[in-house]
Design a protein around this ligand. Structure first.
Ligand SMILES: NC(=O)c1ccc[n+]([C@@H]2O[C@H](COP(=O)([O-])OP(=O)(O)OC[C@H]3O[C@@H](n4cnc5c(N)ncnc54)[C@H](O)[C@@H]3O)[C@@H](O)[C@H]2O)c1
Length: 363
């Protein structure tokens, strides 16, 4: 009989409640056996709402008292490294929410601990599992847009205080260790490096656009927070070598936009991402093929559908379980996360110096 994997979730906030608790039992042969949150009420409520038998108020107690195989760390960003190291040292397979560590060295420590303890380690976001991204990669490999040389990625929203409904105070998103780059930039950087591979150089410009903000949703609706410590809007430029480059526009200061989420340009066409990615869209394709006398936007063949739909961001659990059961590497690799982290760690220096800086890591 197939094993049922016992999962513990650390952090019972907005993301766990919307994307993990309702899907853990659906995404893999898995059960949620425990949750952790220092706010006891949040942990208790998660147990009640999602039928979880045990809760703890810290990870040490979870490790000591609970029988589980897999942990999902969805606590606040500033706690990820500490929590991840404890779980990996305890020999647990791990999914870390972004961003897994504040420095490249610390993430390397986590990667090495996972290897030493012979456990699988997944780092989200989940973009490399997306149907539209993989379709675009296949089109590029097949030459559909000729030589693909430029990506424009729009990865901004209006801020975690603006629209995401949470019971917790969102102030931590604007404090040291978090911020728009670490929270949102990580998405755009993971996406463009999924498509063009590791980048070679990074440059950046960034500003504090809104030094104070009013919380506009959730339990803290109306609270004024000071948000002047870290830039909240970034324009990141990446050089991938040869003739390849990308711009990632990312941050918390774009309340609404009609711009595509991303466009990839080549000498024979364009791939455009206009639909929300969790709807598993087929990207739009423009082809300019002088030999065939074709120039225009293509229509997908009738009936073409994603072979396997992503239904939630908990698809990372399916990735992890598959890696454990087949002893393979997960799609959402920690080495890729480390490359993205190196880019983010070099960005403050790139802003300060006004220079484009070399990148060393790869995946
Ligand atoms: N689309 C996405 O990929 C996406 C979107 C939102 C958030 N996130 C990520 O999810 C994580 C949580 O964000 P959120 O939006 O749920 O925030 P949140 O503030 O709603 O929830 C965070 C929870 O973590 C708890 N917590 C704090 N310290 C902890 C500790 N030491 N141990 C256990 N729990 C602790 C808090 O009490 C709170 O309940 C972050 O890593 C964030 O980057 C990802």
């Amino acid at each position: 009989m197939k094993k049922t994997w016992k999962v513990a979730v650390i952090g019972c906030g907005f993301f766990s409640r919307v994307q993990y608790f309702p899907y853990i039992r659906k995404e893999a042969n898995a059960d949620i056996v425990a949750v952790v949150d220092p706010v006891e009420e949040s942990a208790k409520k998660a147990c009640q709402d999602f039928n979880v038998p045990e809760y703890y108020t810290n990870v040490d107690d979870l490790i000591e008292k609970c029988d589980f195989d897999i942990a999902i760390d969805a606590a606040i960003i500033q706690e990820h490294h500490n929590i991840n190291m404890k779980l990996l040292k305890a020999g647990k397979h791990l999914i870390s929410q972004k961003t897994a560590a504040p420095t490249v060295e610390m993430l390397t420590e986590q990667i090495e601990m996972a290897k030493k303890m012979n456990v699988k380690f997944v780092c989200v976001p989940i973009h490399p599992m997306r149907y539209d991204i993989n379709t675009a990669k296949q089109w590029i490999a097949n030459g559909a847009i000729g030589n693909a040389y430029y990506i424009k990625c729009n990865m901004s929203h209006g801020g975690p205080e603006y629209f995401q409904y949470r019971n917790a105070d969102p102030t931590w998103f604007f404090e040291e260790g978090a911020g728009a780059l670490i929270d949102m930039g990580v998405h755009g950087l993971q996406i463009v490096t999924s498509i063009f591979g590791p980048a070679k150089k990074v440059g950046c410009m960034a500003k504090v656009t809104c030094p104070t903000r009013m919380v506009r949703s959730g339990s803290y609706d109306g609270k004024i927070i000071k948000t002047d410590k870290i830039p909240d809007q970034y324009i990141i430029t990446l050089d991938f070598g040869d003739n390849k480059m990308a711009v990632v526009d990312t941050g918390f200061s774009i309340k609404a936009t009609k711009a595509p989420l991303m466009e990839i340009f080549g000498d024979r066409g364009t791939i455009s991402f206009t639909e929300p990615y969790m709807s598993n869209p087929i990207p739009e394709l423009f082809v300019d093929d002088p030999e065939k006398g074709i120039r225009g936007w293509m229509q997908p063949k009738k009936g073409v559908k994603p072979p396997k739909k992503l239904t939630s961001q908990c698809c990372c659990l399916a990735d992890l379980v598959q890696a454990i059961e087949n002893d393979t590497e997960p799609v959402l690799s920690a080495e890729h996360a480390r490359h993205v982290l190196e880019i983010m760690c070099k960005i403050p220096e790139a802003i300060e110096s006004g220079k484009t800086l070399d990148l060393e890591t790869t995946f």
